[in-house]
Design a protein around this ligand. Sequence first.
Ligand SMILES: CC(=O)N[C@H]1[C@@H](OP(=O)(O)OP(=O)(O)OC[C@H]2O[C@@H](n3ccc(=O)[nH]c3=O)[C@H](O)[C@@H]2O)O[C@H](CO)[C@@H](O)[C@@H]1O[C@H](C)C(=O)N[C@@H](C)C(=O)N[C@H](CCC(=O)O)C(=O)O
Ligand SMILES: Nc1ncnc2c1ncn2[C@@H]1O[C@H](COP(=O)(O)OP(=O)(O)OP(=O)(O)O)[C@@H](O)[C@H]1O
Ligand SMILES: N[C@H](CCC[C@H](N)C(=O)O)C(=O)O
Ligand SMILES: [Mg+2]
Length: 499
Amino acid sequence: MKLGALAERAGITLSEGGDASVTGFAIDHRKVAPGTVFGAFRGASFNAEDVIPEAIQAGAVAVVARPEVAVEGAVHIADEEPRRAFARLAAGFFTPMPNVIVAVTGTNGKTSTVEMTRQIWRMCGERAASIGTLGVTTPDESVSTGLTTPDIVTFLSNMSGLAREGVTHVAYEASSHGLSQYRNEGVPVSACAFTNFSRDHLDYHKDMEDYFAAKMRLFDEVVDDGGTAVIWHGGEGSEWTRRAIEHAQQRALRVFTAGEQGEDIRLLARTPTQLGQTLEIEYEGMQRTIKLPLIGAYQASNALVAAGLALVSGADASMVFDAVGRLQPVRGRLERAVIAPQGSPVYVDYAHTPDAIEAAIAALKPHVDAEKNGRLITVFGAGGDRDAGKREPMGRAAADQSDIVIVTDDNPRGEDAGAIRAQVMKGVHAAGSEGAQEIGGRRAAIAEAIRLAGAHDIVLIAGKGHEQGQIIGSGENMRVLPFDDVTVARECAAEQGAA
Ligand SMILES: CC(=O)N[C@H]1[C@@H](OP(=O)(O)OP(=O)(O)OC[C@H]2O[C@@H](n3ccc(=O)[nH]c3=O)[C@H](O)[C@@H]2O)O[C@H](CO)[C@@H](O)[C@@H]1O[C@H](C)C(=O)N[C@@H](C)C(=O)N[C@H](CCC(=O)O)C(=O)O
Ligand SMILES: Nc1ncnc2c1ncn2[C@@H]1O[C@H](COP(=O)(O)OP(=O)(O)OP(=O)(O)O)[C@@H](O)[C@H]1O
Ligand SMILES: N[C@H](CCC[C@H](N)C(=O)O)C(=O)O
Ligand SMILES: [Mg+2]
């Protein structure tokens, strides 16, 4: 493919070098081969502008970099925002693309929503895939990528690879990191969704406004002109929801709202049942009853946003709502791991923000039998090298709503695990929780929760969900010790059951 044609498609004017043949794209100079276009970005830990000469020596035909950077011996594609220019240029190279691509942003619920959208499409007969924290999930397999949003080259090549395998519909998760680093764009996005917004990632984003602006790039720039924005508009509503609607309107997107205050899918009533919940909804003037086989208000929200995405991308309403009634659980999201020896269910959930902890506990609370003095026992921790300011509110939220809390470790990374727990405990104490325990080792903490659990109690193990390891140390000292909450809970229950 000629560089000139790729540039023209991306709206980039080249003064020279249009005839060069492009064989690939790379953002890491060690991956450059003859004919590669190299994106030279300044990152958090490395400045790739320093290795441009090495990239050219390895055969780079063009370098996308800031205008002030020196590029000798290859075409300099100069742009103040090189990551964006690179994404647009690379998008022309990675073809074909799936016919329907939708993207989901929000603080919590992205992974669940893209996965539910995939399932709904599949039940409507489409070949569908999802890309997000759980990896790339297709009708045939699920492959982990390590990050929620892979780097732009991986993202684009995954998309075209899926299209080549015959996948026509893809839902992908747009994290704020990915959006602010232009790691997931360049593809046609016909609809986008916003689940909710609350505190997270304030280690990376300056403040809540900065974090919100990163998310809103999806609405402001990434989605196609004339696309649709599906927005959750829940019971109490939120200022952020109102602002998301404004962003969509400013961009002249079609606005589709779902929720108790939804204009398009109106949630009229939600009744928890033993194994799920019954939803009464109204869509296009017609009332429907859906038996959602998943518990928790938050799962109903994500399911209805997913239904919205399927509807706005052309699926038949009866098939969509029928599919919602057949959704399978999403790995690590209120997943029932085991029944503890005394008879109490043990749930694993990926809640790792104050808001998510509240949502996970609220989901389980109706299932605790208060008349029999049932208790909710919550085991959780907070991640190292991530937003430290969320730790205390997480502690407070957990202690406020649970009967017993056990604070433990969750990926301490480069930080002192005891110091992280102390910050979480501050919130626990602020909530006036007595009898809270601090148990560093996650296995020991889970074992203790299961030991404490009586016949009418419920155990919630929050924070790691589907994760398969405990991350300890950083940089060259980083180690990932195998750890899976579900497996550990089963092992602890078996050990105690046998005793
Ligand atoms: C803070 C952050 O998001 N960092 C990500 C970012 O790194 P960066 O651009 O700052 O990269 P860098 O390491 O400083 O390097 C700069 C550039 O030099 C290049 N390089 C580097 C070394 C070299 O020898 N040669 C070379 O050319 C690199 O390829 C890169 O293009 O881009 C990299 C490549 O795309 C990512 O791997 C990296 O993710 C790190 C590992 C990470 O932990 N990210 C987390 C926080 C993250 O992104 N999480 C979100 C999920 C959040 C959520 O779901 O809530 C996600 O979307 O996954
Ligand atoms: N709609 C929601 N409202 C509130 N909390 C939610 C919602 N959806 C999910 N959660 C909580 O957030 C946790 C993570 O859910 P999920 O993985 O779907 O979100 P995510 O946005 O992809 O998270 P991440 O940013 O880590 O990728 C769940 O386990 C649950 O505790
Ligand atoms: N995508 C989130 C996941 C957090 C999960 C939790 N287990 C932790 O390590 O903090 C992040 O990278 O912040
Ligand atoms: Mg996710």
